[in-house]
Design a binder for this molecule. Structure first.
Ligand code: NAD
Length: 406
């Protein structure tokens, strides 16, 4: 089942379970608008190249469309549509007044120079200038896009409309109106959800954690977990992983990764493959890399008690059922990784009101939002006797139903 159809399947099931208005569910199976464009880019060698670009505006019944822009060779309309549907659910789960959208360009940015990426980013702003805007659609970074790219898009948009408009996009540099705390928001938000979840589950002491993915989100989660005394026994990146049953020295591992480009071959420790990391006999598995990591093929070999989905869509549809039968608790992406969009919303709010919040203030508000969302999802799962993914969808649908009816 494609990621988009998985979301639709979850929507239909959650809608039936919680008796959500059928027309609301039907509306949410149909994105509001697809915009596809072609961006001409003058390359360094003087030739002109054309790149396909997309923006899917899924639903804005709760506020302006919101969602990142991905620069990746695998980007196509189907993927952008799936990610836009998840954004709609995510914004509603954490109760921010934003809708769902996603954008992308089908390109391998590693093959472009910095100047060419700037031309492409400014081109993205030009082709979508009519559909984005602070009260219409507010993009943000995603895979292979960053604060510099957001700054270029904001600058191009502002020049075209003739007015400095930082609230048109989030994830900007701090100097250009970005929010303090945005860089750590996804990992920290996941950690808040994790601690709330542990307080409800009886998983025992001296818990061992394995983390797939040592990037922005995974590393921040690990930092907070280590600070609180949790033991990280395995970590992996795209080249493979490293394992020590007594725990890893994360600070030294970061230096090692910086110097060697991978976490593997860390001192005398054992290397493990990404596949083996998933199957380790530990207590908690944190998925912070890519989609489609746990499938029907490997779901039976997973031995943990709890899985935290920091990545978007790391467990495919059929595998969810197998994990549930094995009584493994799965904390879903639409709740776990929503800290990023929460602080994006904080950035937008600060820009609109011309305010600048301290990092402490941002983190306090983030904690409040994530804790409230967690409690609502947890209580809904008890009320309907459903897993946390289903209850997160129900929480979101209840809110979407109200605003769509209005
Ligand atoms: P990132 O690019 O900083 O890090 C990704 C990490 O995954 C890297 O360490 C990379 O080496 C590793 N990786 C890649 N392929 C792998 C593989 N086959 N096996 C194991 N590791 C592999 O990205 P990120 O920002 O940390 O995002 C990670 C996930 O979290 C993505 O699914 C992203 O969509 C999701 N997410 C991120 C944010 C955010 O704000 N950063 C917000 C919401 C969701």
């Amino acid at each position: 089942m494609s990621p988009f159809l998985s979301t639709i399947d979850n929507l239909i099931k959650a809608g039936k379970t919680a008796s959500i208005n059928k027309e609301v569910i039907l509306k949410l199976q149909n994105p509001d608008r697809f915009v596809e464009a072609c961006i001409p880019v003058r390359m360094d060698e003087g030739n002109l190249k054309f790149f396909r670009a997309y923006r899917v505006q899924y639903d804005n019944s709760r506020g302006p469309y919101k969602g990142g822009i991905r620069f990746h060779p695998q980007v196509d309309l189907e993927e952008v549509k799936a990610l836009a549907s998840l954004m709609t659910i995510k914004s509603a789960v954490v109760d921010i007044p934003m809708g769902g959208a996603k954008g992308g360009v089908s390109i391998n940015p590693k093959e472009l120079s910095e100047k060419e990426i700037e031309n492409l980013s400014r081109g993205w702003a030009r082709v979508f200038v009519d559909v984005i805007g602070p009260n219409k659609d507010v993009p943000a970074p995603d895979v292979y896009t960053n604060a510099q790219i957001m700054d270029w898009i904001e600058d191009e948009y502002s020049q075209i409309i003739g007015k400095k408009t930082p609230a048109v996009i989030t994830g900007k540099s701090i100097k250009n109106g970005g929010s303090l705390g945005r860089d750590k928001a996804t990992g920290l938000g996941s950690f808040y959800v994790f601690e709330n979840l542990l307080s409800k589950l009886d998983l025992g002491n001296n818990l061992k954690i394995a983390v797939q993915g040592f990037g922005n989100a995974g590393r921040v989660f690990i930092d907070y977990a280590v600070q609180k005394g949790y033991k990280i026994v395995a970590v992996s990146d795209s080249k493979g992983g490293v394992y020590n049953k007594d725990g890893l020295d994360i600070e030294r591992l970061k230096v090692h990764k910086k110097e060697n480009g991978s976490v593997q071959n860390f001192g005398a420790l054992k290397n493990i493959s990404n596949e083996k990391l998933l199957e380790l006999d530990v207590d908690i598995l944190v998925l912070a890399a890519l989609e489609n990591q746990i499938t029907r093929e490997n779901a039976n070999d997973i031995k943990v008690k709890l899985i935290l989905e920091i990545a978007n869509g790391p467990i495919i549809k059929g595998a969810d059922k197998v994990l549930e039968e094995k009584e493994i608790v799965v904390c879903p992406d639409v709740l776990t990784n929503a800290g990023g969009v929460v602080v994006s919303y904080f950035e937008w709010s600060q820009n609109i009101k011309n305010e600048k919040w301290t990092e402490k203030d941002v983190n306090i508000r983030l904690k409040e939002k994530m804790t409230k969302a967690f409690n609502e999802v947890w209580n809904m799962s008890k009320e309907y006797k459903v897993n946390l993914r289903m209850s997160a969808y129900i929480v979101a649908l209840r809110r979407l139903e109200k605003s769509i009816k209005l």
